[in-house]
Design a binder for this molecule. Structure first.
Ligand code: ATR
Length: 263
């Protein structure tokens, strides 16, 4: 039986096992997928287990998407460009670090029929998933990408890896077409982003990477002001879709049943 894992710290809230095990069962694959909380000093051992085929594939979440890179034999172009690895597999005896968050974000935008072409994208946060969102937004033809993070140095670091990014001071709201919450604010029901959105106007896209809770205060405010709102559920499902396809060579189904797994 093949063995797959998602690692992170914390990892309690990850719904990846529910989704992957649903698809594993649906496709009659002989495999299991579980979650494991890890500390940085356990990463080396994990990778040697992948090398020995004890573990066949790994998904990576906060805070290891970047720290795992030195443990990889090779990075795909996507992982290299974003300096972020969320999916690990082995090919020709090499451990390969890949990034399916980019496709996850891109496919979620396609699915809701929103067009990023010539749009101004304003990203809140500078954590592990932001480089993937920046790269996907660039691929989709956005005209401008602005990033605001409480700790400016972290946003500056992202700016250094891409051209054409503007930094915005935390607390300021520039003109935008799409605003993306990529901070962890909202994971707790009572979390509030203390930014004043009252003057942003209507018909924008408010996108929250968080999918649990399904409607953060950020999305509630966006909706109340008359904007299109979407949470991170589709991005989560599509990043998993791409990892599943890579590992098992099968495209899993995304349907009502899949969506309901997380309601
Ligand atoms: P990591 O930063 O370890 O990659 P993450 O969950 O991917 O973790 O990112 C957390 C993001 O939420 C960061 O952008 C963080 O801002 P800082 O870089 O300043 O820490 C942001 N964040 C978390 N709590 C916040 C708060 N109370 N106010 C504003 N931003 C916050």
């Amino acid at each position: 039986m093949k063995k797959y894992l998602v690692i992170g710290n914390p990892i309690k809230h990850s719904l990846s096992p529910e989704l992957h095990n649903h698809w594993i069962k649906e496709n009659g694959i002989d495999a299991t997928y579980s979650k494991k909380k890890m500390s940085e000093n356990e990463l080396e051992n994990l990778i040697s287990e992948v090398r020995q085929h004890v573990i066949n594939g790994v998904n990576v979440t906060v805070p290891f998407k970047n720290t795992l890179i030195p443990h990889m034999d090779k990075l795909t172009d996507e992982a290299k460009r974003t300096q972020s690895v969320n999916t690990i597999y082995q090919k020709d005896n090499e451990i390969i670090g890949h990034n399916t968050d980019i496709e996850g974000f891109e496919n979620s935008i396609k699915k809701i029929n929103f067009n990023f072409n010539n749009k101004k994208i304003f990203i809140l946060g500078a954590g592990g998933v932001v480089t993937s969102i920046v790269y996907a937004s660039m691929k989709m033809g956005s005209s401008e990408i602005l990033i605001s993070n409480r700790t400016k140095e972290k946003a500056q670091k992202i700016k250094n890896t891409f051209n054409n990014i503007k930094l915005v001071n935390w607390g300021e709201i520039p003109d935008f077409d799409v605003i993306i919450n990529a901070t962890s604010l909202g994971l707790n029901q009572n979390d509030e982003i203390n930014l004043d959105f009252t003057n942003v106007g209507q018909n924008k896209l408010f996108y929250d990477v968080i999918y649990n809770p399904s409607e953060t205060k950020f999305l509630k405010v966006g909706k109340k002001l008359g904007n299109k709102c979407v949470n991170g559920k589709l991005m989560f499902i599509y990043q998993a879709f791409s990892a599943f396809k890579l590992w098992h060579g099968v495209e899993p189904l995304i349907n009502e049943e899949t969506m309901k797994l997380f309601d």
